[in-house]
Design a protein around this ligand. Structure first.
Ligand SMILES: Nc1ncnc2c1ncn2[C@@H]1O[C@H](COP(=O)(O)OP(=O)(O)OP(=O)(O)O)[C@@H](O)[C@H]1O
Ligand SMILES: O=C(O)C[C@@H](O)[C@H](O)C(=O)CO
Length: 338
């Protein structure tokens, strides 16, 4: 069943709005960040990872972003160009703002954390003047990454993009994407997340991210209550992720589909959400059944938590399908309709 209507005449599949940053992941891991001495550099930032993931799966992405006007800004823009992502709406900051840097600490197979340097940050300089209707009308859908709502002027730029998307019948995807940096307080998180969620056709988030979104509405909801609430405000699909416990997609016809994670030897706990989002959304664009979207997303997520990088390790459809087949051979069916 198709829950979304895409204008197939539009040249871009997904236009994403949010941060482009850089990850530094330790090569000498299973150590504290203080002990690690050698790092590998990757393009990072959740929406940037999702854009690379979708491009690797064969979709055409565009991006609204501000990046630093320096060699790191060159690096990320050139990387996007090489991945086939349209960079026509990626602009340089004019007052020396810096690209976000994320340092990953991999203490053990089950314990990792990230340290994000986001002072004087470039991506939150995205401005309403950067957002144009002509570009949004080129995309089959628009994705808002939640951290873009953390501060002005990026916040207003994101809200303008959503308004234009609604006016131009462009489906809105909201990846809640909570990162504590740059937010002033929990009230602002709840206000702006719920403002965008109430205008979104697809919402993806972890249980904790929905709790932050719903804190001023009704704290402590169950997943089913969360899904019904946002579907009552127009959401067609609500995806709720529970880390190693798996995830569930709730559809507006009252069905839900749950999946356990595909077993892997995890290296880091990060990256799963971005692999999940890119592959799940690929299935939506392809018009797949919900169970198939969920399966590709979950399998891609597992591959990402087992990888050293995020953007650089985004898989092809063939690689994900081969991984799924291998898991089914070893563990049986992974997708259960509940
Ligand atoms: N250890 C693991 N083994 C297998 N799959 C995992 C593991 N951890 C996470 N995943 C997969 O990744 C998906 C997303 O992970 P999670 O729920 O942590 O979302 P997230 O917080 O958005 O991720 P991210 O850290 O990338 O932002 C999970 O639903 C699951 O399918
Ligand atoms: O989302 C971020 O800014 C950090 C990412 O670049 C990093 O790869 C990660 O945590 C993936 O979710």
């Amino acid at each position: 069943m198709n829950y979304l209507q895409f204008d197939r005449e539009r040249p871009l599949d997904l236009i994403l709005l949010g941060r482009v940053a850089i990850d530094f992941n330790p090569l000498d891991y299973f150590k504290t960040l203080a002990q690690s001495e050698t790092f590998k550099k990757y393009v990072g930032g959740s929406p940037a990872n999702i854009a690379v993931g979708l491009s690797r799966l064969g979709k055409k992405c565009g991006f609204f972003a501000r990046v630093s006007d320096d060699r790191f800004g060159d690096y990320v823009t050139e990387y996007f160009d090489n991945e086939g992502i349209d960079t026509s709406r990626i602009r340089r900051c004019e007052n020396g703002e810096k690209l976000g840097l994320t340092f990953t600490e991999i203490l053990s197979e089950n314990e990792s954390s990230i340290l994000m340097y986001r002072n004087d940050i470039a991506d939150l300089q995205l401005d309403v003047q950067d957002i144009d209707e002509a570009y949004i009308k080129q995309g089959k859908a628009l994705l808002i990454s939640g951290t873009a709502l953390a501060a002005s002027p990026s916040r207003e730029a994101a809200l303008k993009a959503v308004a234009i998307a609604k006016r131009t019948h462009t489906p809105v995807f909201f990846d809640i994407d909570y990162r504590p940096y740059n937010w002033k307080n929990s009230d602002e998180i709840a206000i702006y997340y719920s403002m965008v969620a109430a205008q979104s056709d697809v919402i993806l988030g972890s249980r904790e991210e929905y709790d932050l979104t719903e804190a001023l509405i009704e704290p402590g909801r169950t997943d089913a209550q969360t899904a019904v609430y946002w579907q009552g405000r127009g959401a067609k699909i609500v995806v709720i992720k529970h880390g190693k416990q798996g995830s569930t997609a709730y559809t507006c016809d009252g069905n839900s589909y749950s999946i356990k994670p595909f077993p892997v030897k995890a290296l880091k706990s990060f990256g799963g959400g971005d692999g999940y989002a890119s592959a799940f959304l690929y299935g939506l664009f392809e018009g797949w059944e919900m169970m198939d979207c969920l399966e590709l997303g979950s399998a891609s997520a597992s591959l990402l938590v087992a990888s050293h990088g995020c953007s650089a390790d985004m898989p092809s459809v063939e690689k994900v399908r081969a991984f799924i087949a291998q898991c089914k051979k070893e563990y049986g069916e992974m997708v259960a309709r509940s």
